[in-house]
Design a protein around this ligand. Structure first.
Ligand SMILES: *Cc1c(COP(=O)(O)O)cnc(C)c1O
Length: 370
């Protein structure tokens, strides 16, 4: 018998969530196209699973590695593929031409590399502008040099240029306007297509962010917002990953007894402790404190005690019908990953990406099975 832990990935939910993103994008000015962001192995859901879910519907796929892009081409996908961090060396550039990839360009040196590469095809590129995130992209002082380089040298090697920026606070109080204003200033008189919105901007400011949107987290049915009133369900999103396991055994402990490493939980009443086959080596956050929500036999309860490598413990005192073998939902259907993440001081993105290789995955909702 394998351990009872398993992650269920719902391909129909991913397709549904992409549809939600498309509906939002349709509120913006043309073209309301949507990249499916599938970096980090589709946020832990499996790149090729996401490709199966979205192969017939997505306008394009955005990710990081040439290798992952080639895997999508090998799987038969013909849509545009965007390399969000661009190309790293000459070999990547050759692969961009061979496989029809669209690299982001964020340094002047990369434009020179394109012109010197003598590629067999013209490249579509995304020019990344730094409007305040201060990770990748051209700063305002560099723009005139970029435009000169393009006009004088690189343009004949390009098939299209899209202007791209990324928001730092689309989910927060500061919003998007301060960065949009910088973007407008940097792109004055530059009449090119744009790609601006991440999930948060797409949900919160539909209609103000034009061009090709780039949602990631919403495709997997989670919310980019910390606020409970902007939870995933309120946007009509469906969880794509449900992590389940079972109760291995039950301990009945007396008041004053403690549970697990460090004894961080001490019983104040007679307590039934459910021991769950799931630990941090499966990707469950070790820093989840006492009180992190968990679903046992369909009823919500709380974790108690420290999460260990292969097990965690929860309070079954008020769920008398739960016992050895009862089903446990760690997150997903019935318990939003966002809630578990918030309790553990992190975000659903990190929970999904941390799902361990050792956890068996089952797939549901594949329409091509029908
Ligand atoms: C990861 C990423 C996204 C998607 O962000 P979400 O918050 O998951 O929607 C969009 N654009 C870029 C450049 C990214 O790196």
């Amino acid at each position: 018998m394998p351990r009872p832990i398993q992650a269920c990935i719902d391909l129909a939910a991913i397709a549904h969530n992409y549809g939600v993103a498309k509906t939002r994008a349709a509120l913006s000015r043309n073209p309301a196209k949507v990249w499916a962001v599938v970096k980090a192995d589709a946020y832990g859901h499996g790149l090729l699973r996401a490709a199966r879910a979205l192969g017939d519907v997505a306008d394009g796929f955005a990710l990081l590695d040439v290798e992952a892009a080639v895997a999508l081409r090998d799987a038969g996908l013909r849509q545009p593929i965007l390399l969000l961090e661009g190309f790293f060396d000459r070999r990547d550039l050759a692969a961009c031409a061979e496989y029809g990839l669209t690299p982001a360009v964020h340094r002047l040196e990369q434009l020179r590399m394109i012109r010197e590469a003598a590629l067999p095809a013209r490249l579509p590129i995304y020019l990344k502008l730094n409007t305040g995130m201060n990770r990748l992209g051209f700063r305002r002082e560099e723009i005139s040099a970029v435009r000169r380089e393009l006009a004088e040298n690189t343009a004949p090697f390009l098939s299209s240029i899209t202007l791209m920026m990324h928001f730092a606070t689309a989910d927060g109080e500061r919003g998007v306007e301060w960065q949009l204003e910088r973007f407008r200033q940097m792109t004055t008189g530059w009449d090119l297509p744009v790609s601006i919105a991440n999930s948060a901007a797409l949900l919160r400011y539909p209609g103000t962010v034009n061009g090709w949107a780039r949602p990631g987290i919403v495709l997997y049915g989670a919310s980019p917002f910390a606020d409970e009133d902007k939870n995933a369900a309120s946007f009509g999103l469906r969880p794509a990953m449900t992590l389940t396991s079972r109760i291995l055994t039950v301990q009945e402990i007396a008041p004053g007894e403690q549970v697990g490493y460090g004894g961080i939980f001490k019983a104040s009443r007679p307590t039934r402790v459910g021991v769950v086959a799931c630990g941090y080596a499966d990707g469950y956050p070790r820093h989840a404190p006492n009180g992190t929500p968990i679903l046992v036999a369909g009823t919500r309860t709380a974790t108690i005690g420290r999460v260990s490598m292969d097990m965690l413990t929860c309070d079954l005192t008020d769920i008398p019908q739960a016992g050895v073998g009862s089903e446990v939902v760690l997150w997903g259907e019935g318990l939003a990953a966002d809630e578990v993440a918030a309790a553990a001081g992190t975000i659903s993105y990190e929970l999904f990406c941390a799902l361990a290789r050792r956890v068996p995955v089952v797939e549901i909702g594949d329409s091509s099975d029908a």
